[in-house]
Design a protein around this ligand. Structure first.
Ligand code: COA
Length: 333
């Protein structure tokens, strides 16, 4: 009997309209365009403005576009998994709000918290729901409104992040395409270097915690950078080795868009040239769980059925990992 795999049958992204440029950041913190571009590769990022606009807005818009382009009835969706670290609220899950917003009345839905690796975790899990044969249409959405947890007085962190996300539709196939392999890792001892100090059950919000600016993402950038470079490159090289893939077999590397220097190091380690690396960090910055589906959406017109694609990410937790997939269709839908 042939193995049932999960294949991506459509991808769609969404970013808010407001563009926060490096020039505007220069008016907010002591920084400059040249420093930001040289150290990170980022020129601008999108910000979701307005009252009551949470991460669900990003997810709903991405999924509405996905349903339209794949001609899918929302009532046929079995499951929606949302990867995010900026949920609309601690509970209910943002995925529930998204499912309601897109009319996915027959689906169940839940969130995954794995920071910048969230989309990899969610894609792995979504694929397994398909592989069991129990579900036919699963949507995996990675979305973050990072501006809601960024301290725009912290110049080392605020320059990196932006808002946005994207979604993919997974369906079963017996062809030799789809999600082929996945390697996921986590190490909780990395928490001190990238976390939010207050607002959880350990230290609920108080006037003091708000005044001390503890409800923002805290990052020890240079430590995170070192771990990210090593682990993202290692896991990408390992998944290639495990699947007998040489660099010339790889059509695309889809790296988490955190820092252009981390992306370059991963591509070098894999022996993959810059023409095969998906890159949109200069326009969107780091959208956390949103970066990988946003890349797939941007590059969809160039993808071909059977392309070998390696997705790789590193983020808070620490979490990191890699997915090997074979693309399922030619060009944009
Ligand atoms: C945040 C990051 C861009 C900072 O770059 P860096 O080269 O490590 O810079 P450092 O933090 O060592 O700081 C170097 C200097 O630049 C300064 N600096 C920091 N931010 C600055 C800014 N926005 N503008 C100008 N100078 C800045 C620092 O104060 C420091 O000055 P000093 O040498 O006088 O003390 C980089 O560490 C990084 O990308 N880290 C990983 C981010 C990441 O991948 N996060 C994962 C989340 S998924």
């Amino acid at each position: 009997m042939k193995k049932t795999r999960a294949v991506i049958t459509g991808v769609h992204g969404w970013v808010p309209e407001y563009v926060l440029t490096n020039r505007e950041l220069e008016t907010m913190v002591d920084t400059n365009d040249e420093w930001i571009v040289t150290r990170t590769g980022i020129k601008e990022r999108r910000i979701l403005k307005g009252e009551n606009q949470g991460t669900s807005v990003i997810g709903i818009n991405a999924i509405k576009g996905l349903l339209k382009k794949t001609n899918t009835d929302p009532e046929d969706i079995d499951l929606i998994i949302c990867a995010t670290v900026t949920p609309d609220m601690p509970f209910p899950a943002t995925a529930n709000i998204i499912a309601d917003g897109v009319g996915a009345k027959n689906s169940f839905s839940f969130d995954i918290s794995a920071a910048c690796s969230g989309f990899l975790y969610a894609l792995t899990m979504g694929s397994q729901f398909i592989e069991t044969g129990m579900h036919k249409k699963v949507i995996v959405v990675g979305a973050d409104k990072m501006s809601s947890i960024i301290d725009y007085q912290d110049r080392a962190t605020c320059i990196i992040f932006g808002d946005g996300g994207g979604a993919v539709l997974l369906e079963p196939t017996e062809e030799e395409v789809g999600v082929m392999d996945s390697m996921l890792k986590s190490d909780g001892s990395g928490a001190p270097y990238l976390h939010m100090k207050a607002g959880g059950s350990r230290r609920p919000a108080t006037i003091e915690s708000v005044n001390a600016r503890e409800h923002f993402a805290f990052q020890e950038g240079s430590t995170v950078f070192k771990f990210a470079v090593t682990n993202m490159a290692d896991v990408s090289a390992k998944i290639m080795e495990k699947n007998n893939l040489k660099s010339e077999d790889i059509a695309w590397l889809v790296p988490h868009q955190a820092n252009k220097r981390i992306i370059d190091a991963t591509a070098n380690r894999m022996g993959v040239g810059p023409d095969k690396v998906m890159l949109n960090i200069e326009r969107y910055g780091n959208t956390t769980a949103g970066t990988l589906p946003l890349c797939l959406w941007d590059y969809e017109p160039q993808l071909k059925k059977g392309d070998n694609i390696i997705l790789a990410a590193f983020g808070g937790g620490f979490t990191w990992g890699s997915i090997y997939l074979k693309w399922g269709y030619d060009g944009a839908k």
